[in-house]
Design a protein around this ligand. Structure first.
Ligand SMILES: Nc1ncnc2c1ncn2[C@@H]1O[C@H](COP(=O)(O)OP(=O)(O)O)[C@@H](O)[C@H]1O
Ligand SMILES: Cc1cn([C@H]2C[C@H](O)[C@@H](COP(=O)(O)OP(=O)(O)O)O2)c(=O)[nH]c1=O
Length: 216
């Protein structure tokens, strides 16, 4: 099936250090080579307002409700300014994190009320034509928290989430597992505890088998 004229919304999830950034860049090049226009973006962020909110939420201490509201405020702006217009133009949107991250980090990691997050999701992602905007596909890079911590050690300065203890990331991983179990058709779980080239091949295959990238 060809999706050349249909927008594609792909999100990338996993605990910090799981390898998302590494493979988003690879995929962007693959879509570009296939003649698709690609929008590379991230959450929280992706618009001038949402990037300001990102700076606040990643650096200032706050309670989990404030944190969740800021994540969804940033998401609302990002959807309206960037994601929906790009999808309407038939482009490929590659988004480093989306709502599953809020359920995993604020919900499971910080212990915030999942029902409230569900309500925010329904408000923020409601589409004019009805239904909810969700990614067409979510790649979940699953990596044990201890391995992610090893990879990140020395790689970059930790932000407010990256400096959390391992137990926090174990809860975040359980949160991703729960989201994946609830929506198996949207999720692809990738065993990220393998060499880069192996992970890259699995990622590419997920797109080729859907006809979204040409065979190698
Ligand atoms: N398969 C892999 N094996 C070993 N190290 C990796 C692998 N994939 C990525 N890395 C390294 O691990 C670190 C975290 O990767 P990154 O892509 O930044 O993760 P994320 O974007 O999910 O936080 C980087 O230093 C990266 O080079
Ligand atoms: C989108 C999102 C991110 N986060 C957190 C996860 C990350 O620790 C942090 C920033 O994500 P990310 O962009 O992956 O950071 P980096 O580029 O440094 O890898 O924000 C939430 O807690 N909730 C959310 O809804």
């Amino acid at each position: 099936m060809s999706h050349a004229s249909t927008g594609l919304f792909i999100s990338f999830e996993g605990i910090d250090g799981a390898g998302k950034s590494t493979h988003i860049d690879m995929l962007a090049k693959a879509f570009d080579a296939a003649g698709r226009r690609v929008v590379l973006t991230r959450e929280p962020g992706g618009t001038p307002l949402a990037e300001k909110l990102r700076t606040l939420v990643l650096n200032d201490a706050m309670d989990p409700l404030s944190e969740s509201l800021l994540m969804f405020a940033a998401r609302r702006d990002h959807l309206r300014q960037v994601i929906e217009p790009a999808l309407a133009r038939g482009e490929v949107v590659l988004c480093d994190r989306f709502t599953d991250a809020t359920f995993a980090y604020q919900g499971h990691g910080r212990g915030f009320d999942l029902a409230v997050l569900g309500q925010l999701e329904r408000w923020v992602q409601a589409r004019e034509q009805g239904g909810l905007r969700q990614p067409d596909l979510t790649l979940w890079f699953d990596l044990p928290a201890a391995v992610a911590a090893e990879r990140l050690a020395g790689a970059r300065l930790p932000d407010r989430f990256e400096s959390q203890p391992q137990a926090f990331f174990e809860r975040v991983s359980a949160g991703y597992a729960a989201r994946a179990q609830a929506e198996p058709a949207r999720f692809v779980r990738i065993d990220a505890n393998q060499p880069r080239e192996r992970v890259a091949a699995i990622v590419r295959d997920a797109f080729q088998r859907r006809g979204w990238l040409p065979p190698a």
